[in-house]
Design a protein around this ligand. Structure first.
Ligand code: BES
Ligand code: ZN
Length: 460
């Protein structure tokens, strides 16, 4: 057996114990009550990195939550990898649906259950342990590593660009590596080569100064929940297309080759329904499920409120109603343009005299990987060696704002090497990471960094 593999397998229980301690900290970035916890999470990571021979470990404060930055730069003439991850997590509700408490990491059936186990503390920790394994087995790191771990990814990475500009020099690298995505299926190592972007809004409709009796006024005044329902219903047509004027103007049509590549993947409708728990597959006419997820934009209503919510009946005409509406975007759509289209659409769909207010949340641009760059071959080799199976290229319907931003800012390729699984429950109750993927992921990253160490770069 490889010394690296041997070390990683031997130390597995300790690695899991260490990450479990980090997972105890409820670093929920979107909830103000957890501000201190996000700060503690950053400190925990920073302290851990101190013990691993980093030459620099810093906590970078922001107007929101802090990021952790660390470097190991002991390999002159060798490439520099910038590792990105996030130490913040999603809220845990509905709490009652968790089998074990979200912040008490629990081993069950070959899985480690906890909020953040796969998204993203567990996956970031795999890089940390790959670094440790290389230092242990080779006596030194064969490449230079910079690591940035932000605390605001789950709430939109609002301050990350600010950190980029402030620390542009320190963030220079030859390649960026991120583990915050999924493998296509168990045992099948996957490199994500495309992510969708995001444009997210809240819409509030107001029709009167207060609620009204539906007998006294029904039929003679507008009802906010009806107005909002009509606006929302007008966002899609019967073919499952987004029926906002101009929405598809910037969508780059999928090439025959892209579609052929996707058709080669072992997609199984039954497995998809099991993993998602959805009763049926449904989406834009003329496209397969994977095409809908990876190559086509989408629009969802993420939340809806208005009117009487209590038990029983109340004859009332609600005067306000609101909804959270988001769009997943593909190349070459932009969140700014989609915002304008959404505003125009709502303005047209809203009856005269009714107030509709739109507020924009965070957004992200879509990303496409430059797969012609040689690091992609290196990554395939490393993954194949650890998993004993050739790696596949996959897409991802979700978003990581950082990936496109750093790509644009540095011009360097970003390797998305994810070790989650599609039914890993990220953002949901009972989030988990596979113990096997945890070990093989560490191994893959160690091999990748070792192989990168054979490359000479022309910089000091
Ligand atoms: N780890 C996810 C990205 C992801 C989503 C990977 C789905 C694999 C499958 C990331 O933490 C995330 O949830 N991103 C947000 C971004 C948003 C808050 C800007 C998303 O996609 O909703
Ligand atoms: Zn994530």
């Amino acid at each position: 057996v490889e010394p690296l593999q041997q070390f990683i397998n031997r130390e597995q229980a300790r690695f899991l114990a260490e990450v479990s301690e980090w997972l105890r900290i409820p670093s929920i970035s979107s909830l103000p009550d957890h501000r201190e916890d996000v700060a503690r999470s950053a400190q925990f990571l920073a302290q851990h990195l101190e013990t691993l021979g980093a030459d620099k470990v810093e906590i970078w404060p922001t107007p929101g939550h802090p990021a952790v930055f660390a470097t190991w730069k002991h390999a002159p003439g060798k490439p520099t990898v910038l590792v990105y991850g996030h130490h913040d997590v999603q809220p845990v509700d509905p709490l009652a649906q968790w089998t074990s408490p979200p912040f008490e990491a629990t081993l069950r059936d070959g899985r480690l259950y906890a909020r953040g186990s796969v998204d993203d503390k567990g996956q970031l920790f795999m890089h940390v342990k790959a670094i440790e394994a290389l230092i242990h087995c080779l006596g030194r790191l064969p490449i230079n590593v910079s690591m940035i771990v932000e605390g605001e990814e789950e709430s939109g990475s609002e301050n990350l660009m600010g950190l980029f500009h402030e620390h542009a020099r320190e963030l220079q690298a030859d390649v960026v590596c991120v583990s915050d995505t999924d493998m296509f299926q168990p045992g099948l190592p996957s490199i994500c080569i495309g992510m969708r972007g995001l444009a997210y809004f809240e819409i509030k409709v107001q029709t009167a100064s207060g609620d009204l009796h539906s007998g006294t006024f029904g039929g003679a005044v507008p009802n906010a929940t009806i107005v909002l329902s009509r606006i929302l219903a007008s966002l899609h047509d019967a073919q499952g297309r987004v029926s906002m004027d101009g929405f598809y103007d910037d969508v780059r049509p999928a090439s025959a080759q892209e579609r052929a590549e996707i058709r080669k993947l072992p997609f199984d409708s039954k497995v998809f329904r099991e993993q998602s728990g959805a009763f049926v597959e449904l989406g834009e006419a003329g496209f397969t499920t994977l095409e809908r997820l990876w190559l086509r934009p989408s629009c969802d209503i993420n939340g809806l409120s208005g009117g009487f919510q209590g038990a029983g009946a109340k004859t009332v005409i609600p005067n306000v109603a609101s909804a959270k509406v988001s769009f997943r975007l593909v190349a070459n759509q932009s969140p700014q343009r989609v915002e304008q289209l959404f505003r125009d659409h709502v303005a047209r769909a809203c009856p005269a005299g009714v107030q509709a207010e739109i507020m924009a949340f965070h957004s992200a641009l879509p990303y496409h990987a430059p797969t012609q760059q040689p690091v992609f071959e290196l990554a395939r080799t490393a993954l194949a060696r650890a998993f004993g199976r050739p790696a596949v290229y996959v897409g991802e319907g979700g978003s990581i704002p950082f990936v496109r931003e750093i790509g644009d800012a540095t011009g360097k390729p970003c390797l998305l090497l994810g070790f989650g699984l599609p039914d890993g429950n990220s953002h949901a109750p009972n989030e988990w990471i596979s113990i096997e993927n945890f070990a093989k992921g560490i191994e893959s990253l160690a091999y990748l960094y070792q192989d990168m160490g054979r490359i000479e770069v022309a910089r000091s």
